[in-house]
Design a protein around this ligand. Structure first.
Ligand SMILES: Nc1ncnc2c1ncn2[C@@H]1O[C@H](COP(=O)(O)OP(=O)(O)OP(=O)(O)O)[C@@H](O)[C@H]1O
Ligand SMILES: [Mg+2]
Length: 328
């Protein structure tokens, strides 16, 4: 069942441009100059109930603008959006009861109040039945280790604590659909795992649909089956994550720390990026040699202190897809 339908969504921002200085400030009052930025160039996609979709792209690609239009806080320039039968920016009051939103850069909680007070306010706004509210609240606070944290003013919370509190606020009313825009900002690895497992549970048990924006490829890999990639306000990929992994995650970055120095590293399918003192950085093409072969070789021939294997950064992958698209 399709629950999000986006057709030719376009957003043009027109902002007032001003050169620095008082003279220019006065001049700009008389003769206004504008900067025009097309943040979304007419994007279209559909999302089905129960999907967990990763919505990724470099800085300024148009992710937050899309999430804002879908959650009803921004009027698009043109195009149609239908979410759960609503036009988000038109039917806002009725609509918001069905969705949850976290914007990493913006708090939805009352800054001077403890998070728990905001939750009780939301209970009224969303008309959550008392029994259901208490059950969900207790469960979430315990799960995310927020029982004490939720009692102190939000302004006194650390970034990670606040982000966990925001996630509770977004999910407390058990919405059918949740938008997470950089919701894992500031979370340590333990909190990231907790939140991730929580999302998976919510998705499996309640059938909640998630649209997730992040710069963390690992998070995407663990959570999402489908990816939508946006660049310069255009969708350049919409499909399974497996395809992207097969095609673009063939290269691995391998950082090696040595106990004793040794130079002139060479191995089939490996490009040496850095070789200095006790550190070697390699780029491995897994189609030529496997990770296992390389690690075996390293352990046998080098005095290894530490090995770290990672995927190339998400931006590099997007850049590649973008370049390939342009060539077509
Ligand atoms: N209110 C605004 N006024 C003018 N320009 C804006 C406004 N909001 C966003 N933009 C511009 O629109 C483009 C898309 O911004 P958006 O916030 O959607 O990017 P993003 O993909 O979320 O990036 P990031 O990864 O940095 O969060 C950017 O060039 C941005 O400067
Ligand atoms: Mg953004």
């Amino acid at each position: 069942m399709v629950i999000i339908q986006v057709k030719n969504l376009k957003k043009v921002f027109k902002t007032h441009k001003r050169e620095p200085g008082l003279g220019n400030a006065l001049k700009s009052l008389v003769k206004r100059k504008y900067l025009v930025k097309t943040a979304l160039k007419g994007i279209s996609f559909e999302i089905n109930k129960g999907e967990v979709v990763g919505f990724i792209g470099p800085n300024g690609a148009g992710k937050s603008t899309t999430v804002k239009a879908l959650s009803g806080v921004l009027y698009p320039t043109s195009g149609d959006v239908n979410v759960l039968g609503y036009t988000p920016w038109k039917d806002r009051i009725k609509y918001v009861r069905n969705i949850g939103v976290v914007f990493g850069q913006k708090t939805q909680l009352w800054w001077d109040l403890p998070a728990i007070d905001s939750y009780y306010l939301n209970k009224q706004i969303y008309r959550i039945p008392s029994k259901e509210f208490k059950r969900r609240l207790n469960y979430m606070l315990k799960y995310l280790d927020l029982r004490e944290v939720s009692k102190k003013p939000v302004r006194d919370c650390s970034l990670g604590e606040r982000m966990k509190c925001e996630i509770v606020a977004a999910l407390l009313h058990n919405p059918k659909l949740v938008f997470l825009d950089e919701a894992s900002i500031g979370l340590d690895i333990i909190a990231k795992n907790l939140v991730r497992d929580f999302i998976i549970r919510q998705n499996q048990e309640q059938g909640t649909t998630f649209l997730i924006t992040t710069h963390d490829m690992q998070e995407i890999e663990r959570l999402c089956q489908r990816l939508i990639i946006i660049n310069h306000g255009e969708i350049i990929y919409d499909g399974g994550i497996e395809h992207i992994k097969k095609r673009y995650l063939k290269k691995k970055l391998v950082h090696v720390k040595l106990e004793t120095k040794k130079n002139n590293f060479s191995f089939k399918g490996v490009k040496v990026i850095k070789e200095k003192d006790y550190e070697i950085v390699l780029n491995l093409d897994t189609q030529i040699s496997s990770v296992k072969d390389l690690v075996d070789y390293l352990l046998k021939n080098y005095n290894v202190a530490d090995i770290n294997i990672s995927d190339p950064p998400i931006e590099e992958i997007i850049e590649k897809i973008y370049r390939e698209k342009k060539r077509i």
